[in-house]
Every structure is written in structure tokens, then in C-alpha cells.
Ligand binder design. Structure first.
Ligand code: MEV
Length: 437
């Protein structure tokens, strides 16, 4: 067993690396070289990245790709995508082109409201508590002005405060459930600061009030935190076209394709095992744009999957149907993202990505991300119900295998031609490169 280390975070970066290399890599110089080869030679840029987190020892690259030709609400966009999965950007670009020739994507903003909660234990008369909160609500909002004023000037702030009695779930458990508008900020810091201050203020008011008994005054704040479940911060994205305007797929009429596509989405609506994979395909597009724009993909993931299970069963996030011979495909996604604050000003590539998107506000970014999800889902389901997923996947995977096997540029070019008609596998590429002998 290796020895534990104390005071690690206090060490310098090179001391941290020395200890890691000595303890876990038998002083192997290659292990050190790998870390240093990913260091940026621009020291200021490196320092900027080191300062994002604690104990940074190098950088971890993911490719930044772009998917052009997204026609969204009549405007053309190139979506920035950060992702490691080989086929995702290609699929997005292909789908963007497909729908740009059929009217493009349309989006609708369905809400921008975010939620925060104060969870507390109150052993007393719930009606009295409810009357008290109602009476004091305006005072509570006024007392938070130092925190909320700037946000209010931008059109945001606290929209509602509601007492929720949760004693049926846990004895004496209540919540203050707050709705916020945070404009172009994701709003986590703003919401959490408001909640923590409000919790202190509520306790102080109850302690000072003559209406509450000694026992009731022993209110216990368990925690104050935003919720990443944001069903009322939501966007709808859709595409549609007459069935006969759909592309002719191999072996299927346009109507057969449309019907098969609709059936595949219906299956994902009713079958959780399929729904999870179906939605994973949506998140391939969503997360890639969320990452490129410096947003919190864990928050988005948590909120989206909760939304997918909102009626108690995990279901497809997208829907497809045929009406009057028109094929419709749509999605609604809850997304808490920002275009100010967080990494948006700090990370040069995030700034670059936002500029590529014409510096959207948060609502516009939500719309673009939702389109990326719908496009990715269309690409996946289209492949699944026609050629199968492996054909496209393996074409992109071929390059990864060739790189792994150190193929030369000439070998790669020859392989790309050869494997147009031959199934890709690690063994087949190995043999094609003459590595079997
Ligand atoms: C792979 O990353 C995503 C898919 O599995 C999605 C799907 O099955 O719909 C292709």
C-alpha cells in the first residue's frame, strides 16, 4: 500500500508532480514527460488553467470540433462541439445539412425560471408558520436587495417564495421553494447566496417573533441550495417536412422510413432500456455544445434526466409523429446555462465559441443546445432504422485504430479507400497494415 500524504495541496505544482512520479510511476521519466508535453508553453495561459481548480498538474485535451450549416430560426450557425466520441460531429454536420435543405430547425423558449430551496425542520404549528411566511414575504425580499439589486436591474431576481409542507415525507420537514430569473448567468452563485442569506434572515425573524414558542424557535436549517431540476427553464426545438421531401433511404420508401422512425421513437417513449440510450444520443449533442461554451454539463445532465423521468418512468425526451403526411420531430429540454460569469469570460476557447455563435444570450444558447440534441438524435435514429449504427461509427473509428497502430499518412489514405467496402475491425486493420506477419 502507498503512503498517504498530508499537506499535498500546499505543495508547489512541481513538488506535487515529483511526489506522484516517485510514488506511482517508479520515477519513470516518460510519466513526467507526458504531463509536461500537455503543459502550455504560454505561462500566463497555463496559469489561467491551473487556477480553475486545486491540484492541477497538467491539461487534459479534448478536441474542439465544429458542425456547420445549422439553419435555426432562419439564421445560419456553426456549432462548436467539444467531444471525444468520433462520429458525433460528423453526424451533427450531416443532419444540419439535411434539415437546412428542409426548412431548418425552429425553436421556442418555454420559460427561464430557476429554482432554489431552503430545507428546514420546524417543530410547531404549520398554519402559524405559513401565515408568518406570507406576512413577511415582502420584508424577506426587501432584506435581500443588496444581493438582488444588480440582477433586478438586468431584469432578473426572485420571482416567488413559497412555503411547502413536506411533513408527510419526513416529520417536521418544510421547504422554502423559490423561483428565480438569472438572465444570462447560469445563476448558481446568485441563487445560493440569496438562499443562504434568506435562511439566516428567516431564522432571525422567527427567533425575534413573539408568535412562536421556545420549541418553535429552534428551527433547524438543514441546507440551502439551488436545484438543478429546471422544468420551467425549457426550450422546444423541432423540425418537420412533408414525407415526400424526406431523403430516400436505402431499401425504404420515404413513408416507410418516416413510419419506422416514428416507431423507434415510440419504443424509446415506453421502454426505459431503450430510452436511456436514445437520450444518451441526445446528450452527445447537448453536452458537446455545453462544454464548448464553458457550461456545467453535470448540472445539465442531472436536470435533463430528471425531466425524462418526470411522470415516474424514464422516457424518450424527443417525440416524432406524422400528421397530414407531414413528418414532425421535436424535443423539449430543461437547461440551466449561462453566457456571462463562470468560465465564459475566463477561458479563451469558450469566448471564441461564444463569438462563433454570435455572442448569444442565455436563452438563445439554450435554443442552440436543444437543436444540437435534436440533430444528434435524428442522426442516431436515422442510422439505427436504416443502415444500422456501426457503419458510420466504424468509419470514424477506423482513424482511431490507424492512429493507435501508428499508420503513416499514405497507409491511412489507402485504408480509407480499402475499408469503404470492407467491414472495419481492429483485426482487419492490423492485417491491412501488414502487421500480422
Ligand atoms: C452512441 O453514442 C449513441 C447512440 O447509441 C444513440 C442511440 O442509440 O440512439 C447511437
Amino acid at each position: 500500500m502507498k503512503n498517504a500524504i498530508s499537506g499535498f495541496s500546499k505543495k508547489t505544482k512541481s513538488e506535487k508532480i515529483d511526489w506522484l512520479i516517485a510514488t506511482y510511476f517508479h520515477d519513470n521519466p516518460t510519466a513526467r514527460e507526458i504531463l509536461s508535453s500537455y503543459e502550455n508553453s504560454d505561462q500566463a495561459l497555463q496559469q489561467l488553467h491551473d487556477d480553475f481548480i486545486e491540484n492541477s498538474i497538467s491539461n487534459f485535451y479534448l478536441p474542439l470540433g465544429v458542425a456547420p450549416n445549422f439553419l435555426i430560426n432562419g439564421e445560419n450557425y456553426v456549432l462548436p462541439m467539444v467531444i471525444e466520441e468520433s462520429s458525433v460531429v460528423a453526424a451533427a454536420a450531416k443532419t444540419a445539412k439535411y434539415w437546412s435543405e428542409r426548412g431548418g430547425f425552429k425553436t421556442t423558449l418555454l420559460g427561464e425560471e430557476k429554482v432554489g430551496q431552503i430545507h428546514f425542520i420546524f417543530k410547531g404549528d404549520s398554519d402559524k408558520l405559513s401565515r408568518f411566511i406570507d406576512e413577511k414575504k415582502n420584508d424577506f425580499i426587501q432584506e435581500l436587495k443588496p444581493l438582488t439589486q444588480k440582477m433586478e436591474q438586468r431584469g432578473g431576481g426572485i420571482k416567488s417564495i413559497e412555503l411547502r409542507n413536506k411533513t408527510a415525507d419526513i416529520p417536521h420537514y418544510f421547504q422554502l421553494h423559490l423561483c428565480f430569473l438569472t438572465k444570462d448567468a447560469m445563476g448558481a452563485n446568485f441563487i445560493n447566496s440569496c438562499l443562504e442569506q434568506l435562511a439566516d434572515n428567516v431564522v432571525a425573524h422567527i427567533e425575534q417573533s413573539e408568535h412562536f414558542s421556545v420549541e418553535e424557535k429552534k428551527i433547524e436549517i438543514v441546507m440551502s441550495i439551488l436545484s438543478n431540476y429546471v422544468p420551467n427553464c425549457r426550450v422546444k426545438a423541432e423540425v418537420s417536412c412533408p414525407i415526400e421531401a424526406l431523403e430516400k433511404e436505402d431499401g425504404l420508401t420515404q413513408r416507410e422510413f418516416a413510419e419506422k422512425f416514428v416507431r423507434a421513437v415510440q419504443i424509446a417513449k415506453v421502454e426505459p432500456y431503450r430510452a436511456v440510450t436514445h437520450n444518451k444520443g441526445i446528450m452527445n449533442g447537448v453536452d458537446a455544445v455545453v462544454l464548448a461554451t464553458g457550461n456545467d454539463f453535470r448540472a445539465v445532465e442531472a436536470g435533463v434526466h430528471a425531466f425524462a423521468a418526470r411522470d415516474g418512468q424514464y422516457r424518450s425526451l424527443s417525440s416524432a409523429y406524422i400528421k397530414n403526411d407531414v413528418f414532425h420531430f421535436e424535443i423539449e429540454l430543461p437547461l440551466a446555462v449561462g453566457t456571462v460569469g463562470g468560465l465564459t469570460k475566463l477561458h479563451p476557447l469558450v469566448r471564441w465559441s461564444l463569438e462563433l455563435l454570435n455572442n448569444p444570450n442565455a436563452a438563445q444558447l439554450m435554443e442552440l443546445i436543444t437543436v444540437a440534441g435534436l440533430a444528434q438524435n435524428f442522426a442516431a435514429v436515422r442510422s439505427l432504422v436504416t443502415s444500422g449504427i456501426q457503419k458510420g461509427h466504424m468509419k470514424m473509428h477506423l482513424l482511431n485504430i490507424l492512429n493507435q497502430l501508428n499508420a503513416t499518412t499514405a497507409q491511412k489514405e489507402a485504408a480509407l479507400i480499402h475499408f469503404k467496402t470492407v467491414a472495419v475491425s481492429h483485426a482487419a486493420v492490423h492485417s491491412f497494415l501488414g502487421l500480422d506477419q
